[in-house]
Write a protein of this length. Structure first.
Length: 374
């Protein structure tokens, strides 16, 4: 801001130098000199200080400031002669920067137009024509410069908002993907580690325990690899791979299952999304239900996972898993429903319209929630 103070003083020199010289060298009365000094000082202060009222003040404050400065400018013009019309540029420039276009036309255009009409009627238009043209041209240039400054400021703010939204979106993506990866992997590792412990405690079948521990080690390495791939945005979910993982996890938890042998009947564009749904549903069966059997069914544009576990008496509570699934299904204009079955147990159903399955790019989000996953 201090740079503007120095520049503004330099801009004021063409007005102040001859005006001060006339005040102190002319034979004017003391009241005239005093009034001239006051008007010049007030005009200069308004010009130097106008950036303080531009960006953050209310419109009525800016309008009052501009009208006051314009009135002081006309006072200076009246005292030092209408031939020094160029001095009015300071007021018209402030108005061009500080007010909307309509008000600029009313105040600046109206003032200069009225002045031209009066001088024309008095027969003095030829004498002030050059100064009037200069003031109008400079005011117009500053008006467009002010619009450019406003546009640049708005663009800078928009870029900052876009950057903030991008960071927030990336955080949400990382949180969703890490929840999907680590939730399933750690749950399966816990189940297999518990199975190995029970084998060691209840029998001397060391070979089976070693096998389970090796699978735990493999799952840990796979989870670490998935985390690295997720951070690098290179990880892709395969429905067939998730089906194999679900079969291994349910077998380790000693839960009976009825799973499809292939995923060919699911539309290719929906297989990654349905892979996330299958992973989250199986993870929640392992974590929260006392199910003895899980059944999975696929269709061209739908997926169902049901179990015979006991539902919570407090109802289904929405958590990170459900929010993540809703976000993923919304990208294909799909829905996900989760809730107790009428005959007992729990049902998760995801589906997407046929037109969304045939179109791989994201569409308008639409998610329907009948229950929730933890």
């Amino acid at each position: 801001m201090w740079r503007w103070y120095l520049i503004s003083v330099a801009f004021l020199l063409p007005l102040l130098t001859p005006a001060v010289d006339e005040v102190f060298s002319g034979g004017h009365a003391m009241w005239w000199k005093t009034l001239a000094v006051v008007l010049l000082a007030a005009y200069s202060v308004c010009y130097v200080a106008f950036p303080l009222v531009l960006p953050r003040t209310r419109f009525d404050t800016r309008l009052g400031f501009c009208v006051l400065m314009l009135a002081i400018g006309w006072g200076v013009l009246a005292m030092f002669g209408f031939a020094s019309l160029y001095g009015l540029i300071y007021a018209t420039a402030v108005i061009a920067f500080a007010l909307p276009p309509a008000w600029v036309v009313v105040l600046d255009g109206g003032s200069l137009g009225l002045f031209a009409v009066v001088e024309l009627l008095l027969g003095n238009f030829g004498r002030i024509q050059g100064n009037l043209t200069t003031v109008a041209a400079v005011t117009g240039a500053l008006f467009f410069m002010g619009r450019l400054v406003r546009a640049m400021r708005a663009l800078r703010q928009a870029n900052e908002e876009i950057a903030t939204l991008a960071v927030a979106g990336e955080r949400e993506r990382m949180a969703r993907d890490l929840h999907d990866i680590l939730g399933h992997s750690l749950t399966t590792i816990t189940v297999k580690a518990g199975l190995a412990r029970r084998v060691l405690e209840s029998s001397a079948d060391k070979d089976r325990a070693i096998l389970e521990i090796r699978e735990v080690e493999g799952l840990s390495r796979s989870a670490l690899s998935d985390v690295r791939a997720t951070v690098s945005e290179y990880r892709e979910v395969s429905l067939s791979a998730e089906l194999v993982g679900a079969r291994a996890a349910l077998r380790a938890a000693e839960i009976d299952f009825d799973l499809p042998q292939a995923v060919d009947n699911v539309h290719p564009s929906l297989q990654p999304t349905f892979g996330y749904v299958l992973r989250e549903a199986v993870t929640n069966v392992l974590r929260h239900s006392s199910a003895h059997r899980v059944k999975v069914r696929f269709g061209d544009t739908w997926l169902e996972i049901e179990d015979d576990g006991e539902s919570s008496s407090g109802g289904v509570v929405s958590g990170n898993g459900l929010r993540g699934l809703n976000e993923r299904l919304a990208l294909v204009s799909g829905t996900v429903k989760a809730g107790p079955r009428p005959g007992g147990g729990f049902l998760v159903r995801a589906e997407a319209p046929v037109e969304a399955a045939a179109r791989p790019e994201p569409v308008t989000a639409r998610a329907e929630v009948a229950g929730g996953l933890a």
